[in-house]
Each structure stands twice: as structure tokens, then as C-alpha cells.
Design a protein around this ligand. Structure first.
Ligand code: GLN
Length: 537
């Protein structure tokens, strides 16, 4: 078993997760079985209780784990199956240690960061290794070297290398080489200092992945090699991508990083076979068609808040050889100006998931606009609830219809709290979470898109369609095209008299990959392209 640890230096947001995922792609395409996990040094047990402003999107796994968005990259870039074991936070580590202490499992010892916290961290690496039976386990350490919070994790991986053997362990450090405009050059000092910080702890990186806006010159590579004590060939350039994050694996392959990793870890494999990825990139760089999609949301200014949604839209584009221009529309703006102004000329409208009332009226206006003007609409989770409220108010004439989440006193709670949620008092990990079966109604658009009758999709919500209103909705052309396998909860809806108006209570975006785009996104982009094309004629 081989272990790769990915750390980050200088600044956050360097794309460590992307680098780890892209390395996973390359190793898999060499025929290796890869497992990937993320360690997060914050004290939350999971990011489920954090605002998207703090943390970006919460990525949900099949088993219902609410995890860091980097796990989304791992699933999109590799074939690894992730579970709650693949995301460990300091909060989880300390909780385990403190629970053990209360049970008396430390037999009277003083409980300390070293060795008790660090042991717990190492145990997780071995657990993931054993469960996955992978050839290589990639572990990304969140945060930046020099952070106080990250120290126990760094200490743990230093000790781990001693235990697992130096031939089996590789430290890869992602760093930043800034371009200083006034001086007109790239600077290596921050990289030198972050490597020095790692060496202080006892970790000597084998490979430096240098994030930069401009290409590293040979001279600069030599300098980094000399000052940071890594061989010349281990200075890897990772320049900002021109078109798409899916270029990163190809970029790292050009830098021969996968060759080097395999050599250092004594892994004999075939060369990476990246032809399918090259075809994906071709479609992204030079698509046959183009379409504009509006995403109407609440956290619009923060790209990370809807990360998987944006990715899945792009995948839907790949499936249709269609370049997608995503227009990010602030829902509150629609309340102030008018939908017509902000959404005119758009190919399709998507309303993603969300919590809290701010912006809901703007989203409802967007759904109304899509329904009335026959513009393709895709609603995800809250986006389905919004479509339901809009239909209730404007088609069924149910005045004041709302979700009980936003207006507990509404006369028509068309979206209501699920029975199982009524006695829930704590916030963390208590929603309806994870993969559940959905039965598709024969003869619907949804069934045609999926091409099957039962699907499994991931959830993260507390509220649901209130079935007391079901018959009334159905009579007016609101079709329930997917239900839970027990038939109790509405999972997917579509409108009868509309070219493409589809919304789901689950989150299809979490299961879309560039090489296997999700059918709902595929259908949505196809319909949106058709809509804008028809208009153009
Ligand atoms: N706030 C809604 C609920 O809890 C929708 C959740 C979501 O969009 N993920 O049901």
C-alpha cells in the first residue's frame, strides 16, 4: 500500500483538492486503484452546520455524510466510492478522543495531542487503506502550512511515514509562485518559506506543485529546486487553466508528475491513458453549439456555494457538445428589477438548493417566468419547492401558499416539514440525507431521460411536498414523475404543457461527472439549446 499526502502552502484556495483529484485521475488511468480522503482542521464535526459563505457548498455522499466540497472533485475526477470515512475533521477526532476518555479507555493516562490525537488521525488513514483495498491512498490536508490548527495533522503524517515506510510514502506540497507586476517577475520566496515551515515539522516534500499565473522559467525551476531541496524534475508547474479545471490532469501529465510519483513510490504501471479526457477538453474548448443558462440563487457572488451545480451544468453541455455560458443571477435582484430584464434571451433557468427566506420571492418570480414563457426550467431541492409554491399561487390560485420553512402561518403549506423531522431538535446531521431510491412514473419526461424505472439520488432537506395537495396539483397538469419507492414522498415533478419544466427534491448535481453527465442536466441543456436556437431562427 502506498500513501500520498497533499499539503498546501502560502495561501488558501490554491486548488489542492483539484490537484489531489487530478493526480487520482492520472493514477487510475495507469490502472491503479486509488482512494482519496480529506482531513479538515476545523472543530466542526462536519461542514453541514456551516454557512455556504464560510465553507462553500456542502457535498453530500451516498451514505448521507455532509462533507467538504473537495470530495466533489474526488468523485468527479475519479471512480472512487466515497463514504463518511473519507472526510475527517478535527471536530471528529477530538469527539472520538473525548468520548474514549469519558469511557475510561485511556486507563488513567494523561490524554494529549501527541500521541492520542495523532494516533486517532493515523488510524483513519489505515482504516481507509484497509476498507478501500486501494493501491494508493491520497490524503489531502486542509488549510495552509503554518496554521496552528493543522499542526496535529502534519505531525500525524510525519509519524505515519515512519511507520508505513519511507518507500511507501510521498509528500506533495502545493505552493504558490506569485507574479509581482511592479517587478515584472515570478517570486519564489513564499514557496521557500512554506517549505521551510514543513521542514521545521520534520516533513521534507518530495514534489512541489507550483501554482502560478505565468510559466516557470528553467532558471526559476532551478532556483526552487535548489532552495527547497527537491530535484529539478520534482518542480511541477500548475498554471491557471485557460478553459476548464478538467485540463489539470492533462497539465500534470505534461509535467510528467504521474511518472515521477510512480517512480518515487516504486509502482510499475502502464502509461496513463488519457484519450477520453482529451475528448472532454476538446468539447469544452471548441464546442459545436453554445447556450446561456441562468442560475438564480442566493449565494451567487460566491462560486463555491453552488460548485457541483455549475459543474453538472458544464457536464450537461459536454453531453450535448454545447458550451455553456452561466449567468449568475442574484434572486433578490429579480425582486427589485424585473424578471424580464434579467432573464431575457436566456436558454434555460436553474434554481438550486438553499435554506432561509432571503431571495425566495425572486426565485418564485423566476420560476413563474420560466413556466409562462415556456423557458426550460430545472429546479434542485429548494428549486422544486419554489416551483411548487409558484404553481400553487399562480395556477391553483391558493393565495399566500408557501413553504412552512419560510411562513409557518401560511394558509396553504404546500411544502411542509416531513413527519420524521417534527421531533428533531439538533441541527447537525439530522436532515433527510443521502442516497434513496426514486420510482419514476412511466410515460414521463423524467423516465425518458433516465431510461430506467428506479434511480438512486442523494438528498439533503427537511421539508417536502405536502401530499394533502397532491390531487389538486395533478388535476392542473403538475405531474409527479418520481416518488420515493414507498410512494409516500414526491421526488420529481414536471409540467404537462411545457417543453421542459422539471424539478427534483434531491440533488442530481452530486452524481454528475464530466465523463458521465447526469441525465437531468443532459436533458436540461438539450432543451435549453433547442429553446434558444428556435428563438434565434
Ligand atoms: N430548505 C429546504 C429544505 O430543508 C431545501 C433544502 C435544500 O435545497 N437543500 O427542505
Amino acid at each position: 500500500m502506498k500513501y500520498i499526502f497533499v499539503t498546501g502552502g502560502v495561501v488558501s484556495s490554491l486548488g489542492k483538492g483539484l490537484t489531489a483529484a487530478a493526480l487520482g485521475t492520472l493514477l487510475e488511468s495507469r490502472g491503479l486503484k486509488v482512494a482519496i480522503q480529506k482531513f479538515d482542521p476545523y472543530l466542526n464535526v462536519d461542514p453541514g452546520t456551516m454557512s455556504p459563505y464560510q465553507h462553500g457548498e456542502v457535498y453530500v455522499l451516498d451514505d448521507g455524510a455532509e462533507t467538504d466540497l473537495d470530495l466533489g472533485h474526488y468523485e468527479r475526477f475519479t471512480n472512487t466510492k466515497l463514504t463518511r470515512f473519507n472526510n475527517l475533521t478535527s471536530g471528529q477526532v477530538y469527539k472520538t478522543v473525548l468520548d474514549k476518555e469519558r469511557r475510561g479507555e485511556y486507563l488513567g493516562k494523561t490524554v494529549q495531542v501527541i500521541p492520542h490525537v495523532t494516533d486517532e488521525i493515523q488510524k483513519r488513514i489505515y482504516e481507509v487503506a484497509q476498507q478501500s483495498k486501494a493501491d494508493v491512498v491520497i490524503t489531502e490536508i486542509g488549510g495552509t502550512t503554518g496554521d496552528i490548527e493543522g499542526l496535529p495533522f502534519l505531525e500525524a503524517i510525519r509519524e505515519f511515514a515512519l511507520d508505513a515506510g519511507y518507500n511507501n510514502t510521498l509528500f506533495l506540497h502545493v505552493t504558490y509562485v506569485p507574479f509581482i507586476k511592479a517587478a515584472g517577475e515570478l517570486k519564489t520566496k513564499p514557496t521557500q518559506q512554506s517549505v521551510a515551515k514543513l521542514r521545521e515539522i520534520g516533513i521534507v516534500p518530495h514534489i512541489l506543485v507550483c501554482r502560478c499565473e505565468r510559466s516557470l522559467t528553467e532558471e526559476l525551476r532551478k532556483k526552487i529546486s535548489l532552495f527547497c531541496n527537491v530535484p529539478y524534475e520534482a518542480v511541477i508547474e500548475e498554471k491557471d487553466v485557460d478553459h476548464s479545471i478538467y485540463e489539470v490532469p492533462l497539465m500534470l501529465q505534461r509535467e510528467r508528475m504521474d511518472d515521477l510519483v510512480c517512480r518515487l513510490l516504486h509502482l510499475e504501471t502502464r502509461p496513463a491513458q488519457m484519450a477520453p479526457w482529451q475528448e472532454i477538453i476538446r468539447k469544452l474548448i471548441a464546442p459545436q453549439h453554445r447556450v446561456r443558462i441562468a442560475v438564480v440563487g442566493k449565494y451567487i457572488e460566491l462560486h463555491d456555494a453552488y460548485k457541483s451545480v455549475y459543474e453538472a451544468i458544464i457536464h450537461g453541455g459536454i453531453a450535448n457538445d454545447c458550451g455553456v455560458q452561466i449567468e449568475k443571477v442574484e434572486a433578490e435582484q429579480i425582486e427589485k428589477e424585473d424578471a424580464l430584464k434579467l432573464l431575457s434571451g436566456i436558454g434555460g433557468i436553474l434554481v438550486p438548493g438553499g435554506f432561509g427566506e432571503r431571495g425566495t420571492e425572486g426565485k418564485i418570480l423566476a420560476a413563474q417566468y420560466a413556466r409562462e414563457k415556456k423557458i426550460p426550467y430545472l429546479g434542485l431541492c429548494l428549486g422544486m419547492q419554489i416551483a411548487t409554491i409558484e404553481f400553487a399561487r399562480n395556477v391553483l390560485g391558493l393565495k399566500g401558499a408557501h413553504s412552512a420553512e419560510f411562513d409557518p402561518a401560511t394558509p396553504h403549506p404546500v411544502i411542509a416539514l416531513m413527519d420524521e423531522q417534527k421531533n428533531v431538535t439538533t441541527m447537525g446531521g439530522t436532515m433527510r440525507l443521502g442516497a434513496q431510491g426514486c420510482h419514476l412514473t412511466p410515460g414521463t419526461k423524467a423516465e425518458a431521460l433516465y431510461g430506467t424505472s428506479v434511480v438512486s439520488e442523494r438528498h439533503r432537506h427537511r421539508y417536502e411536498f405536502n401530499s394533502a395537495y397532491r390531487a389538486q396539483f395533478e388535476q392542473a397538469g403538475f405531474i409527479f414523475s418520481g416518488n420515493t419507492t414507498d410512494g409516500k414522498l414526491a421526488e420529481l415533478i414536471e409540467l404537462r404543457d411545457h417543453p421542459f419544466f422539471l424539478a427534483c427534491q434531491f440533488h442530481p448535481e452530486f452524481q454528475s461527472k464530466p465523463n458521465t453527465p447526469h441525465p437531468l442536466f443532459q436533458g436540461f441543456i438539450a432543451a435549453s439549446y433547442k429553446h434558444s436556437h428556435q428563438k434565434a431562427i
